[in-house]
Design a protein around this ligand. Structure first.
Ligand code: GLA
Length: 382
């Protein structure tokens, strides 16, 4: 494996093990996780592969095949974990959280290799966090990966690294999908109780494909707007006197009490939670193609009520539907990244052409396309 070769080149000697954690795509349940709501993501076949060996002196050395020449040594001379820069903040944050919560985690030599398509919004950062947490769990004998509860703890460690060390106020969805994903299944997660259920998702059995359309754009406002949406949701919940928007049961009454952004955000979050439950119901009933209409509704709500879409995502979704997709929506945080389209096998080429054409007409760089089936979650490879 090339990550093991890179490890030998970088540090000499053999790594103790090799671990992999996947990125994710979200089928439905967008911007609901930090509102204590429901999500339905699945792990994708791309992610982060990491080779590591423990160190007794507490020092952390990090290098990445995607960032050649940037070996970061995090010790007292280098400012400790806080000295991490750029991509290295994600793994450094995981050490920081684990040590901070009193877990017996020493140092390590680590090499990272990633194959999540760039700019696709498929959670390469969550994959990096979960891969690091899983490796440390194993290297330091913590045993968390052995159970689903423990895996959810690993996901929580990744999320806290991102929230408190990197400074991105994300929810738990991406890390949970990476830590708990299973081949052929989506992960239905209640982001309040953290109870999860794996839902069989065999699109091929229904003659369907999930097409991922990577717009290749990442608008600069993404991070600031994400934090702002979170704040607006919290403000709305406070005004309504509930712990989180998840608790709104009478939507009409709630909307009557709110105005402006708070009203619109609430409308999205409450209806999106219902859409997740409706999708679960349809999947259980084997009515897979029917979820398309809910994907479409989710997109309109994200575009008009939550206001996190952008022209590139809207054009991809509209062209996919015109090209014959059963349904399509933006996926992930928004302002770029990817859209997904549920497409009958025989229409995949047509949908691809339509979207490509729509981009070409606008003079935009062509999007890239992937199809993905649910892959396994984080695991040790060697
Ligand atoms: C990003 C965050 C997730 C989630 C989505 C929106 O991917 O990392 O926690 O909030 O946006 O659903």
């Amino acid at each position: 494996m090339r990550v093991a070769d890179a490890f030998r080149d970088a540090y000499g000697g053999e790594p103790t093990g090799i671990w992999h954690a996947p990125g994710r795509v979200n089928l439905i349940g967008e911007h609901t996780d930090y509102n204590d709501g429901f999500v339905l993501p699945f792990a994708v076949p791309w992610g982060v592969t990491l080779a590591a060996r423990p160190r007794t002196d507490g020092v952390v050395r990090l290098s990445s095949l995607q960032e050649p020449g940037d070996v970061q040594v995090l010790d007292d001379l280098g400012g400790g974990l806080e000295g991490a820069r750029g991509w290295a903040r994600y793994p450094a944050g995981v050490f920081w959280v684990m040590r901070g919560t009193g877990l017996p985690v020493g140092g390590a030599d680590i090499v990272i290799d990633g194959d999540v398509p760039r700019g696709a919004g498929l959670s390469s950062s969550a994959a990096l966090e979960v891969a690091t947490a899983l490796a440390l769990d194993d290297l330091y004998g913590l045993g968390l990966a052995a159970s689903d509860t423990g895996r959810m703890e690993l996901a929580g460690i990744g999320r806290r690294a991102e929230n408190d060390f990197v400074g991105m106020p994300c929810g738990i969805m991406d890390q949970a999908a990476s830590a708990l994903g299973r081949e052929g299944h989506a992960l239905f997660l209640d982001c309040r109780s953290l109870a999860s259920r794996r839902i069989p998702l065999d699109l091929a059995a229904h003659g369907l494909r999930l097409l991922i359309i990577n717009t290749g754009v990442h608008h600069e406002l993404a991070d600031g707007q994400y934090a702002r949406r979170r704040q607006e949701c919290e403000n709305a919940a406070k005004r309504l006197g509930v712990a989180a928007l998840r608790d709104v049961t009478d939507l009409a009454a709630a909307l009557g009490e709110l105005t402006g952004a708070e009203r619109a955000r609430t409308q999205h979050v409450v209806t999106e939670n219902h859409r997740v439950e409706a999708v679960i119901g349809l999947l259980r009933a084997g009515a897979v193609p029917e979820i398309g209409a809910l994907l479409n509704a989710s997109h309109l709500s994200l575009r008009d009520q939550f206001e996190v879409s952008c022209a590139e995502l809207d054009v991809a979704v509209e062209a996919a539907i015109r090209g014959g997709a059963r349904g399509a929506r933006m996926t992930g945080g928004g302002f770029g990244g990817s859209a997904i389209a549920l497409v009958a096998e025989e229409r995949v080429d047509q949908v691809r052409d339509r979207v490509g054409q729509a981009y070409a007409e606008r003079g935009w760089a062509p999007p890239t396309f992937f199809t993905a089936t649910p892959a396994a979650g984080a695991r040790r490879l060697a």
